[in-house]
Design a protein around this ligand. Structure first.
Ligand SMILES: Nc1ncnc2c1ncn2[C@@H]1O[C@H](COP(=O)(O)OP(=O)(O)OP(=O)(O)O)[C@@H](O)[C@H]1O
Ligand SMILES: [Mg+2]
Length: 635
């Protein structure tokens, strides 16, 4: 709040009107001494001119003036809309009762007798100036209010015009939107939430689509071509306001929920990823699969299910694809119909469209979330605590491990969980196609391959990154997945000072992993004899952790296999742990990942690293029970 009780210097301007300049000057000196600004007029005409031009806060007006008298000057000031609120203090003669009456008739605000008493003069000027200032403030805020009201009415008019246009086009209300029999509460057909069984009728969906589409395009037109809008509280609020105006003016009344859903859908189309936006926001959904506009699947808790979510048509899916890849400078068209991308939150996206996708544009999203850690995997029954402890000893002892499995079996997740066992004091370099690993050690350098630009230049491959990593003095190299010639470089790294490096491979069994590694090594382009390749594999690699998705949808470690060596031309593999299935219970596979009884040949490596694990760790469950009995302990 402004302090108006004391005048600030040059803040309050007083117009002093007196035919005797000396008198005016004396009063001026007095007021200036108190911090006021002053202007002097010696005639009535001059007074009127200065009152209009100088915008004073108060006028001290002598009655006797050479041209117009004080009453006339006062009257004119009060009659002029420009100055009508300017306070006038009339300076009257000692016996001026009659003058005061005339002054009051002319509109004077106050009187003071001549010669004025200093204190009285200051008090009067101060109080009137204060009233004047308050008044000025009021006027200015009124002015702002007026502008605001004008702006709102303009928006309303615009919205009404929009609506009129829509109504004229006759496309606004689709069939079934405003049932004639129920004029009180027309309902828009509702799109059911994901997972709801009852499907809406085709007519309902069409009507909803048309309605939404029309609103959407009207709204887009008012966005001055800004297609790059991002979801900030400001844009959401701005668009909601515009949408609300268009909607309100429509006269259509939906139930609160239907209206909100409609708004949400439109905002999702403009600011987000359209119909799949709610799935992206749902933490329970781990994967989203759009197979053309009408078949959208999700994975929740490892189980696939179809949702009721639908896109309007192929173009609608393509628009969402465009929103995903455009910010990355990528593009997808008939000539390059496939693209890998990532959402800003790190979620992995693959897109494939016509002519290669036959049933419509297809989007696959592996959502990014906090990666499951080893305790979570144990909790989920993917492996046992004992196996995890043993694997920890292996990782810390620099046993080189390959995590194998089919698509989406949890390879990357397991690699990530294993990497957490790498000691803090080691330098780790990670290499990935698209960064998915979340290592919590401090000394980690993360690198990522780069696809070629549109002009096919600028590609950086995993292989180049592996080679480069070797020059970065790593203690361990963690490669997201080997799928090309980098397999050879990786094996060589494991053989030459970077033992304990970790990677994954797409393979359905340990034996399959070896075969695939052989193929990948050949892809490196060296004409190596198969025996030499196998020799490399066997000496580099110690363990294969096999992941699988069981028929109940659960992801588990189904074997941990040692790569023992060569017998003739054959690579010898031996399971140290294997998953034993014991049947099904309530749709779930029951079983346990148990030791097979075989001890790994690299056991000495663990001992050298200081791990003296009890030998019972390798005993199969039955033998462990016998062992406990023999030692006299309860099972
Ligand atoms: N043991 C598990 N239990 C439950 N969910 C798991 C388990 N392991 C992984 N997941 C989940 O399964 C999904 C796929 O996991 P991940 O990305 O690790 O698989 P992947 O084999 O690397 O797949 P891709 O072959 O596509 O690279 C993720 O959402 C992950 O959180
Ligand atoms: Mg993976």
């Amino acid at each position: 709040m402004k302090d108006l009780s004391r005048p600030a210097a040059r803040q309050i301007k007083v117009l002093i009107v007196d035919d005797e300049r000396l008198v005016a000057e004396t009063l001026g000196d007095l007021l200036r001494g108190e911090g006021y600004e002053t202007v002097i007029a010696v005639s009535g005409v001059q007074a009127l001119d200065l009152a209009a031009r100088e915008r004073p806060s108060v006028v001290l007006l002598d009655v006797r003036l050479p041209d117009l008298d004080g009453f006339e000057v006062c009257r004119r000031i009060k009659n002029d809309p420009e100055t009508q609120f300017l306070p006038v203090i009339l300076v009257t003669g000692l016996s001026g009762a009659e003058q005061r009456v005339k002054g009051a008739e002319a509109g004077a605000d106050d009187f003071i007798t001549k010669p004025p008493d200093e204190q009285e003069l200051l008090t009067r000027v101060k109080s009137l100036a204060r009233i004047h200032d308050l008044h000025t403030e009021l006027v200015s805020s009124n002015e702002q209010l007026k502008l605001l009201v004008e702006e709102r009415s303009r928006q309303l008019e615009e919205a009404t015009r929009e609506l009129q246009k829509l109504l004229n086009e006759g496309t606004y209300f689709g069939p079934g939107l405003v049932p004639r029999q129920e004029p009180a509460e027309p309902r828009l057909p509702q799109r059911p939430a994901a997972g709801v069984e009852s499907a809406p009728s085709e007519g309902d969906l069409k009507a909803r689509r048309e309605f939404r589409h029309t609103l959407l395009s009207r709204l887009s037109e008012t966005m001055e071509g800004r297609a790059d809008l991002t979801r900030t509280p400001e844009t959401v609020s701005l668009l909601s306001q515009r949408l609300a105006a268009i909607y309100d003016a429509s006269g259509l009344r939906l139930t609160g929920e239907a209206r909100q859903q409609l708004f949400r859908e439109i905002l999702d189309d403009i600011l987000g990823y359209g119909p799949i936006e709610p799935l992206l926001a749902d933490p329970a959904v781990t994967e989203i699969m759009v197979n053309g506009p009408t078949r959208v699947f999700v994975e929740r808790k490892g189980r696939l299910s179809k949702t009721e979510i639908q896109f309007d048509d192929d173009d609608h899916v393509l628009r969402v694809i465009d929103r995903i890849i455009r910010p990355l400078g990528r593009r997808v068209d008939r000539r390059s119909p496939m693209v890998d991308a990532r959402l800003p939150d790190g979620s992995r996206v693959n897109v494939i469209i016509a002519p290669c996708a036959i049933d419509g544009p297809t989007i696959t999203i592996r959502k990014f979330g906090e990666r499951l850690r080893m305790p979570d995997l144990i909790n989920y029954g993917a492996l046992t605590q004992e196996t995890s402890t043993w694997l920890e000893a292996c990782v810390r002892s620099r046993v080189s491990i390959l995590v194998a499995g089919g698509t989406g079996t949890g390879k990357t997740t397991f690699l990530n969980a294993l990497s957490a066992f790498i000691p803090e004091d080691e330098r780790i370099v990670t290499i990935e196609d698209s960064a998915e690993l979340q290592l919590h050690q401090e000394h980690v350098v993360r690198t990522e391959a780069r696809p070629p630009d549109v002009d096919v230049s600028g590609e950086v491959t995993i292989r180049q990154l592996v080679r480069n990593a070797l020059r970065m003095r790593p203690d361990r190299i963690v490669v997201g997945e080997v799928r090309g010639g980098e397999a050879l470089d990786m094996l060589q790294a494991m053989n030459t000072g970077h033992a304990g490096s970790l990677t994954t491979i797409h393979a359905n069994s340990p034996r399959d992993s070896i075969a695939r590694l052989e193929t990948l090594v050949l892809m490196a382009g060296f004409d190596l004899p198969m025996k030499a390749i196998r020799g490399q594999i066997v000496s580099a690699l110690n363990l294969i952790v096999q992941q699988a998705r069981l028929r109940d949808g659960s992801r588990k470690v189904i074997s941990i296999t040692e790569v023992q060596g060569m017998e003739g031309d054959v690579v010898v593999l031996s399971d140290i742990f294997a998953f034993k299935e014991e049947g099904m219970e309530q749709g779930r596979v029951v079983g346990v990942l148990a030791p097979t009884g075989l001890r790994p040949k690299f056991e000495h490596k663990l001992e050298l690293a200081g791990f003296s694990l009890p030998s019972t760790i390798y005993l199969p469950p039955q033998r462990q029970a016998q062992d406990r009995l023999r030692r006299g302990r309860a099972p």
